[in-house]
Ligand binder design. Structure first.
Ligand code: BGC
Length: 777
């Protein structure tokens, strides 16, 4: 590590100030700044290093903290990931306390609830755990847009739609910050691929930026008011996001009126002084090199002191709001049981019923046979750095079903369990360092089948992956498949995919492996011969291929990544104890290649491109590589359903789709102009025989006004309460004229075109149930 430069010349600012009795308070921030030396200011804007791997850190395994300056009463404040719970090391030496926190569902699973109250409750619970563990800033929510279904971090994010993403994020932030701790909205902005993530330039047109990639952030910032925003790793139209003045100052602060701290993503700053000038207040996790660069820039005049003062001011304004400032006496009582109950319910409600033929679901307790490795080894949530170190704890599907009185086929349980243990051991002994360093918790299902991977400098062979589709019933089974089908009431088969930060998924992973397809075939044939249903659970963070096999099975449930109560949540949804009322937050395409962004995404070549990634410094003299060094967002605003519905292109399942155990009627739909906007109403009636909740989706088709317009766009949504059979609820959605505006690139402004707007409530993006026209003059 390089020694910190001493900057004697810069200490002058502090010389005449008597700092003896000056102690930070919310009212004296300018005086405190005047009393700080230049070095202290630089210490303030550069973090103290990552807490993980640092045995001296106060909170082991967390993300970082800021410098304390005791002489001025400035305490450190502490950060933890985020967004699926508070990530910190579970055990500490000489201490018997379990420091794990609740591992909530992935963002993409929370999004399928379409329930902002649920997002609020989850944010609130996570903020509470953070505060009671003694920290101040939760590094979440993550809300980049699902531009492509193979982005490796989609599970942390919400949806392909900016309104759904923005509203969920805003509610989560309000929930988290209701505890008096800070949320950190991340990763700002257009950070939509993991391949070459620190070097890749997202080349996005202004209209797509405004309407799609910034829109969700704009909603979350204006409605959630996060105390911090995290800049992203990528470049945006040639300028690094953390050094992008247009993004961090002109848009975020001046245009949106936000006042808070911009934190860099971890090791996300390349040019420290440029970042500081652009409005990136805090460089994380922070190194001596960062500090030296800032001191050198102060000394040669390229970083004005006023800029540093402004950034320090932002940080101190955050510090005085945080629990550490008031020496909050945290309890380490995180409300675990309450939060587990909350998680269990919301995860079950978020599940999406994609198919349910012949009333296969809800299931009555009976004998069930579970197929597929993931039925015994679920991926409960995102397993990357942004997961939660809870020692791999989760409630298994077997346990969840047994608690409900199901009898789980014993021979299969034994055989799968043995297979998983043996394979895991093989993988762990082949790649011990990867397990320790990267995955934190060994979970072979995370190493994706299909191709070799570079992980932490080692090539991990595809052969070293668990065969997720293996059927443990051929040679070794004590029961043939036919006998299993005869002696059980139903088959439950789980397909899973895992991802984590730093990798994109490959196009091959979208497909089923040969063994997965064979498993579906053989199980379906055997169970249907015995007149028993086959239920498929999709334990996936984003879409996979369903069209080739969905007709062979009776029911399909997207369980997503439901968090640590996975088995119980799934059992609740399968039995109907909790009505699954999720709707897709993304379009599920028929094939990979169908979506508008597929042409401009790393997976396009079908290869693992990791080996082609080279640092910027090594690029000299060679042509820039498409989708690696830069990515063209050629599809513009036509992302997800905006593309599929406008082009009338077939999909496997549309955005907004999901069945229910009951049925609903939409009555008395109306759309009226009100002062400055519109009030749109509908009465939803439960016409079925069991209770349920309905997601009301409001789509608007706008007149062109001289611009290209998508067929329709989601402009509002709401979720009803639990409606008993025969019960109804009137849902009211209000919007403003600005909510209907499009970005005119030529005129560089938002415009709400004159003409006829069709307001419709839809069952999904491609099926409208009602419609009324309003003419805007
Ligand atoms: C991730 C962030 C995370 C940070 C701290 C980075 O690698 O991109 O999402 O908050 O690390 O762990």
């Amino acid at each position: 590590m390089r020694k910190l430069l001493t900057a004697v010349f810069l200490g002058a600012a502090a010389i005449n100030i008597d700092a003896q009795n000056l102690i930070l308070s919310p009212d004296n921030i300018p005086e405190i700044i005047s009393a700080m030396t230049a070095e202290e200011k630089v210490e303030m804007v550069v973090g103290c290093g990552a807490a993980w791997g640092n045995p001296e850190a106060k909170f082991l395994g967390t993300a970082g903290w800021t410098r304390a300056i005791p002489r001025l009463g400035i305490p450190s404040i502490y950060f933890a990931d985020g967004p699926q719970g508070v990530n910190m090391t579970r055990t500490r030496e000489y201490d018997t306390e379990d420091y794990s926190c609740t591992f909530f569902m992935s963002g993409s699973t929370l999004a399928t609830s379409w329930d902002t109250e649920a997002a609020h409750s989850v944010g609130q619970a996570i903020g509470y755990e953070l505060k009671e563990r003694g920290l101040d800033v939760i590094l979440g929510p993550g809300m980049n847009l699902h531009r492509n279904i193979l982005c490796g971090r989609n599970q942390e994010y919400y949806s392909e739609d900016p309104l759904l993403s923005g509203k969920m994020a805003a509610a989560w932030i309000r929930g988290a910050q209701s505890n008096g701790v800070a949320a950190s909205l991340k990763h700002f902005a257009a950070n939509n691929q993991e391949t070459n993530r620190k070097e890749n330039d997202s080349r996005v047109g202004m209209r797509a930026l405004r309407e799609i990639y910034l829109k969700g952030f704009e909603i979350a910032v204006k409605e959630g008011n996060p105390w911090t925003v995290m800049g992203s790793y990528n470049y945006l139209n040639g300028v690094h996001a953390c050094e992008n003045e247009w993004l961090l100052t002109d848009i975020l602060r001046k245009e949106w009126g936000w006042e808070g701290v911009v934190i860099s993503d971890w090791d996300g700053v390349v040019k420290q002084a440029d970042a500081a000038k652009a409005g990136c207040d805090l460089i994380e996790p922070g190194t001596d090199e960062d500090k030296n660069a800032l001191l050198a820039a102060l000394s040669d005049g390229t970083l004005p002191m006023e800029v540093l003062d402004r950034n320090v001011k932002d940080i101190l304004e955050l510090v005085v709001k945080c629990p550490s400032f008031s020496s909050y006496k945290y309890s380490n009582d995180i409300g675990r049981e309450d939060h587990r109950r909350l998680l269990r319910r919301i995860a079950a409600e978020s599940m999406v019923l994609l198919k349910n033929d012949g009333g296969a679901l809800p299931l009555k307790p009976g004998a069930v046979a579970l197929y597929g490795v993931s039925s015994y080894d679920l991926i409960p949530a995102n397993m990357g750095v942004n997961g939660v170190n809870n020692g791999e704890y989760h409630v298994s599907l077997v346990q969840g079903l047994r608690e409900k009185g199901f009898e789980v086929c014993g021979p299969l349980l034994r055989e799968y369990t043995d297979y998983i243990a043996t394979e895991k051991q093989k993988i762990e002994s082949a790649y011990p360092s990867i397990y320790k360093q990267f995955f934190r918790y060994p979970r072979p299902a995370e190493i994706i089948p299909g191709s070799d991977r570079q992980i932490s400098g080692e090539t991990v062979s595809a052969a070293m992956t668990l065969d997720l589709g293996i059927r443990q019933s051929s040679s070794t089974s004590r029961l043939t498949l036919k006998e299993q089908a005869e002696s059980n009431d139903a088959a439950i088969l789980t397909l899973s995919r895992g991802t984590g930060e730093a990798f994109d998924r490959t196009a091959a992973e979208f497909e089923l492996t040969e063994s997965e397809s064979m498993l579906i075939d053989s199980v379906s044939v055997a169970y249907h011969a015995a007149r028993k249903p086959v239920i498929v659970l999709l334990n996936v963070p984003s879409p996979i291929q369903t069209v080739s096999w969905r007709d062979k099975v009776d029911a399909i449930v997207l369980v997503g990544q439901p968090g640590e109560r996975a088995g119980e949540s799934i059992a609740d949804a399968l039995t109907g104890e909790v009505a699954p009322s999720g709707r897709l937050a993304d379009t599920w395409p028929v094939s990979y290649g169908d979506s508008s962004s597929d042409r401009n995404f790393p997976s396009e070549t079908g290869q693992d491109l990791t080996s082609l990634v080279t640092p910027r410094s090594a690029r000299e003299g060679r042509d820039l590589l498409r989708n690696i060094d830069y990515t063209d967002y050629e599809e513009g605003i036509y992302v997800g359903y905006r593309y599929f519905t406008t082009m009338q292109k077939e999909v496997a399942y549309p955005f907004g789709y999901g069945l229910s155990y009951t049925t609903f009627n939409y009555e008395k739909a109306s759309a009226e102009e009100s002062a400055g906007g519109f009030v749109v109403k509908v009465t939803v009636l439960n016409t079925g025989t069991v209770a349920g909740r309905e997601v009301v989706q409001l789509y608007v088709s706008a007149p062109s006004g001289g611009l290209d317009k998508p067929l329709r766009e989601l402009k509002g949504f709401a979720k009803t309460g639990m409606l008993a059979p025969g019960e109804s609820e009137t849902v009211e959605i209000t919007l403003s004229r600005e909510d209907l505006a499009s970005w005119n690139e030529k005129k560089n402004r938002w415009e709400t075109a004159k003409g006829d707007y069709v307001f419709s409530f839809g069952a999904s993006a491609d099926r409208m149930l009602t419609g009324s026209v309003i003419r805007i003059r």
